[in-house]
Design a protein around this ligand. Structure first.
Ligand code: ADP
Ligand code: MG
Length: 757
C-alpha cells in the first residue's frame, strides 16, 4: 500500500497511505484526497475513556465504563398517563455477559444502537427487578461488527473478532482521549480514527510554514506537534496548545487574504480631493447652526486626509444612533464636490432616501439650489433617484447625474440597477451598511465609467462587533464616532410581559395619550404588515426562539389590524397614520411627511422606520411582539425617539413569560444603551461559528478552530502579523508555505468572498 522509500508529506495523496478502496471512500464521503486534507479534518470532540469494567463484575452504585456489542434494542411508548414518553432498552454483551441499558425519552437510541453496534457505555450501575442495569448512560459508538477494519496487520490476526479490533483501536489512544470525527453516512468514526493513525505513523516531520519568529512571539507550538496533538493528544495541555496554534493559522489565513486585498486597493489610483479654503465645504462650515462634536471633528479629519490622497478611501464609519453621521458624510461629499466631482448617497429604503434628500436640501439651504435663479455660484443640485419614480422623473434624474448637473445623487438600490452613469463620481456614501450586501458594494466600486475608482464611505449605527469588522469587513478602515450631540435625551426602555402584567399594557396606551397631550408623537411598531399578501413582510424579523413549543402561537401582530384596533379602542380620538414597506411610494412619502409635520400623532409601522428616520418631536415608541426582533434591531428602532430635547421612552411588549429567554433578551436591551454591547451579545446568541459568512452555499470552509465571538484576541494578533507580512512582501513570495496554507484553509470560493470585500 505504501510507496516504499518516498517521503510522506501533507501533499501526498491519501491513497498512497490507506489504499485505493479506502481513499475512494474518503474522497466520496468527506471530500478528502490528501494526507493534509485528512490531518485538517479535526476531531469535533474528544471522549474520555475510563478504565473498562468487566460486565460480570459490576457493583451497584459504581461509576463504570463498559464496552460491548449491542444485541437488541427496543423502544416502547407507555402512552397517556405515564411520566415518560418512551423507554428504550438496549441489551449489550461483552461476549460473555449481558447488561441492559435504559434510556428515557430518547427513542432514536434504538436506531443508533442497532444490533451489531460496538459502543462504550458510561454510567452508574443500578438495580431494576433485581438485575444490574445502566440508566441513561453516556454512549460512545465505536463502530459496527460489519465495519471493515484497517490498521496494523497484526490487529487483523486470525481469530480476533472485528469488534476486538475496534476496541484495540480505541484503547491505544494516548491519554485516554478518543477523538470523535465529523463523519457522514457511509463512513464511520472508527475508520477515520484508523486512517489518521496510519497517516501519523508514516508521516515525516511536517514542515512548518510559519516563520519561527512568529511562533516565538505568540508562544505557538510547531505545526507538526499541533497536527499530531489535535488528533492524538497526550494530555489536555497538549490539546490546548495544538488548538491555539491551529486557530492562529486560521486567523492568519483570513487576515492574509484581507491584507492582500487592502494592498491591492491601495495600488489603485484615486482622484485626490484635498480641502479648499474657499469652497462649498468652507461656506457650509461657516453657516453650520451647531458646533461639531469632538467625535465629528476627529472623524472628519481622518476622512479629509483620506480623500486628499491618491488612493481610494475605504472607510467604515460606525456611530450610535443620533451621533450625527449625516453631517460627517455631507462634509465629505462637499469636499469632493469642491474638487469638481460628484457624490452619491445610498440609503436602504425609499423613506430614508427621500428623508436624506429633504434634509440635505434643508441644511444646505441656498447652496442646494444649483441651477436656480439667484443661487450662489457654488450651489449644487441634489437629485433623488428611487425605483418607484415615474419613468419621466427617472429619465430627468439620470440626465442630471450623467450631465454633472447633480452634485449629490441620493437614492436606493435603484441607483445600482438603473444603469446610472456619472459625469465624475468622486465619493460613494452608503448609509446603514447592514442592509447592503457585499456584492452591492462591489458593484458600486465599479460604477465609475471611466477614470479612477471613487472613494467609499460606509456608515452604520448597528455597530459591527470588532471581530466581524476585522473579518467580513476587513478591507475597510474603521472609524468610530463617539459621543452624542449635546442636548440629546436618554431613552428609558422597559420590557413589558403582557400576560403577566396586563395592567402595564393599559398603562402604556394611557401614556401614549399623555405624550400626545404634551404635543409629542409616538411610534408603534409591529412585526407584520397584515395585508393579504403575507409571508413577504418588509421587516427583517427574527423568528422567536421556540421556547416550549407547546402552545399554538398566534400570528405576529400586524400593522393594519393593530392600527384599526387602536383607533377604535385605547387610542380612540388620536390621529393615527400607518406606514409599511408595501405601500405605494407616494403614500409612503405622504405618511412620512404627515408624521414629520405633526399632522398624524401616532404612526403604526413596520421596521421601515428602523434606520435613520429623524423626527425629533417623537418621544415614545411601543414595540409589539418585541421578541420577534433582534437586539441590535430593537436598539436601532428605539433610536427613533429621544432625538429632540424631551426624554424618550420605549416599551418592548411581549407575550412571552417573565423568565423566558425572549424576555431576558428584551431586558438586556432595556438595561443598556450601548449598541456595541448589544451587537456583541447578538453575535453570541446567534452562535455564529465560522468567521466567514454562513451564507456560503454548503461549501465548508477550512476554518474549524476559529470562532468569531470567542477568539477576538487571536484575530487581532493575526491582523497585525498579516499586515506586517504583506507590507514587506505583498505577494508572499518569500513565504510560499504561507500562501499554501491560505489556500488549504480558505478555499478559493471563500477567498473570492473575502476578496469582494
Ligand atoms: P445618525 O448618526 O443617527 O445618522 P443624524 O445624522 O441623523 O444621526 O443626526 C441626528 C440629528 O442630530 C440630526 O437632526 C442632526 O441635524 C443633529 N446633529 C448632528 N450633529 C449635531 C451637532 N454637532 N450638534 C447638534 N445637533 C447635531
Ligand atoms: Mg443616519
Amino acid at each position: 500500500m505504501t510507496r516504499m522509500g518516498s517521503a510522506t508529506d501533507m501533499a501526498t495523496p491519501l491513497r498512497h497511505v490507506v489504499g485505493a478502496r479506502l481513499a475512494n471512500q474518503f474522497e466520496d464521503k468527506l471530500k478528502i484526497v490528501t494526507v493534509g486534507g485528512l490531518l485538517r479534518h479535526y476531531p469535533r470532540k474528544y471522549d474520555k475513556r475510563g478504565d473498562l469494567t468487566d460486565i460480570s463484575k459490576l457493583k451497584e452504585g459504581e461509576k463504570v465504563t463498559v464496552w460491548g456489542t449491542v444485541r437488541r434494542a427496543d423502544t416502547r411508548y407507555p402512552g397517556p398517563g405515564s411520566k415518560v414518553r418512551s423507554i428504550t432498552k438496549v441489551t449489550v454483551s461483552d461476549g460473555k455477559t449481558d447488561i441492559t441499558c435504559t434510556f428515557f425519552n430518547q427513542p432514536w437510541m434504538s436506531k443508533q444502537l442497532s444490533p451489531g453496534t460496538n459502543a462504550m457505555f458510561a454510567g452508574t450501575v443500578g438495580k431494576f427487578n433485581g438485575e444490574s442495569q445502566l440508566s441513561s448512560p453516556q454512549v460512545m459508538i465505536v463502530g459496527h461488527e460489519n465495519d471493515t477494519t484497517l490498521g496494523d496487520p497484526d490487529l487483523r490476526s486470525v481469530g480476533r473478532s472485528k469488534a476486538k479490533d475496534q476496541l484495540a483501536t480505541i484503547e491505544e489512544f494516548p491519554g485516554g482521549s478518543i477523538p470523535v470525527y465529523p463523519v457522514s453516512e457511509g463512513i464511520s468514526i472508527s475508520v477515520v480514527q484508523s486512517a489518521v493513525r496510519m497517516v501519523l505513523d508514516q508521516l515525516d516531520e511536517i514542515h512548518d510554514p510559519l516563520p519561527s519568529s512568529f511562533r516565538e512571539l505568540h508562544d505557538l507550538v510547531g505545526l507538526d506537534s499541533a497536527l499530531r496533538n489535535i488528533h492524538r493528544p497526550q494530555s489536555d495541555e497538549d490539546l490546548e496548545k495544538a488548538k491555539k496554534r491551529l486557530r492562529y493559522d486560521e486567523a492568519l489565513s483570513v487576515q492574509l487574504v484581507l491584507a492582500r486585498r487592502r494592498e491591492l486597493a491601495r495600488q489603485y489610483p484615486a482622484e485626490p480631493c484635498p480641502p479648499r479654503p474657499d469652497g462649498l465645504l468652507a461656506a457650509f462650515d461657516k453657516n453650520l447652526p451647531f458646533t461639531l462634536t469632538a467625535g465629528q471633528q476627529g472623524v472628519g479629519e481622518e476622512i479629509t486626509k483620506d480623500l486628499s490622497t491618491i488612493h481610494p478611501m475605504n472607510r467604515l464609519l460606525q456611530g450610535e444612533v443620533g451621533s450625527g453621521k449625516t453631517v460627517v458624510a455631507l462634509r465629505a461629499m462637499l469636499q469632493v464636490i469642491d474638487n469638481g466631482r460628484q457624490a452619491v448617497l445610498l440609503a436602504p429604503t425609499e423613506v430614508l432616501a427621500a428623508q436624506h434628500a429633504r434634509s440635505l436640501r434643508h441644511v444646505l439651504g441656498p447652496y442646494a439650489r444649483g441651477g436656480e435663479l439667484g443661487a450662489p455660484p457654488e450651489a449644487i443640485a441634489i437629485t433623488l433617484l428611487t425605483g418607484s419614480m415615474t419613468a419621466k422623473a427617472k429619465r430627468q434624474a439620470l440626465l442630471d447625474i450623467v450631465s454633472g448637473q447633480a452634485g449629490i445623487a441620493v437614492g436606493t438600490h435603484a441607483l445600482l440597477s438603473e444603469g446610472v452613469y456619472f459625469a465624475g463620481l468622486g465619493l460613494i456614501v452608503i448609509d446603514e451598511q447592514h442592509r447592503f450586501g457585499v456584492e452591492q458594494r462591489n458593484v458600486l466600486r465599479q460604477r465609475h465609467p471611466e477614470g479612477n475608482p471613487p472613494h467609499v464611505l460606509v456608515m452604520t449605527a448597528t455597530p459591527i462587533p470588532r471581530t466581524v469588522a476585522m473579518t467580513v469587513y476587513g478591507d475597510l478602515e474603521v472609524s468610530n464616532l463617539i459621543g452624542l450631540p449635546r442636548g440629546r435625551s436618554p431613552i428609558a426602555t422597559t420590557a413589558v410581559p403582557a400576560k403577566a402584567r396586563p395592567g402595564w399594557v393599559d398603562r402604556a396606551w394611557e401614556r401614549v395619550h399623555e405624550e400626545v397631550g404634551k404635543g409629542h408623537q409616538v411610534y408603534i411598531v409591529c412585526p407584520r404588515i397584515g395585508d393579504d399578501d403575507e409571508g413577504e413582510d418588509d421587516g427583517e424579523t427574527h423568528e422567536p426562539p421556540d421556547e416550549n413549543g407547546e402552545e399554538e402561537k398566534r400570528p405576529p401582530l400586524a400593522v393594519l389590524a393593530v392600527a384599526r384596533e387602536l383607533a377604535e379602542g385605547p387610542l380612540h380620538g388620536l390621529r393615527i397614520g400607518i406606514l409599511h414597506g408595501r405601500m405605494p411610494p407616494t403614500e409612503k412619502d405622504a405618511a412620512m411627511r404627515a408624521f414629520t409635520n405633526g399632522e398624524t400623532e401616532v404612526l403604526v409601522s413596520t421596521t421601515v422606520i428602523e434606520v435613520g428616520v429623524d423626527v425629533p418631536n417623537a418621544t415614545m415608541m411601543v414595540v409589539l411582539d418585541a421578541e420577534r426582533f433582534g437586539m441590535s434591531q430593537l436598539h436601532q428602532l428605539r433610536g427613533r425617539v429621544g432625538r429632540g430635547s424631551a426624554p424618550g421612552i420605549c416599551l418592548l411588549i411581549t407575550e412571552y413569560g417573565q423568565r423566558s429567554p425572549a424576555m431576558q433578551r428584551l431586558e438586556a436591551v432595556a438595561s443598556t444603551l450601548d449598541g456595541f454591547e448589544l451587537a456583541e451579545r447578538d453575535l453570541e446568541l446567534r452562535r455564529e461559528g465560522n468567521v466567514i459568512g454562513t451564507s456560503q452555499s454548503g461549501n465548508r470552509s477550512g476554518l474549524r478552530q476559529l470562532v468569531l465571538k470567542d477568539h477576538r484576541e487571536t484575530i487581532e494578533l493575526a491582523r497585525v502579523d498579516a499586515t506586517r507580512l504583506v507590507d514587506a512582501d505583498p505577494s508572499l513570495a518569500l513565504y510560499p508555505g504561507l500562501a499554501d496554507m491560505v489556500r488549504s484553509l480558505i478555499g478559493d470560493d471563500q477567498q473570492d468572498f473575502l476578496e469582494m470585500g
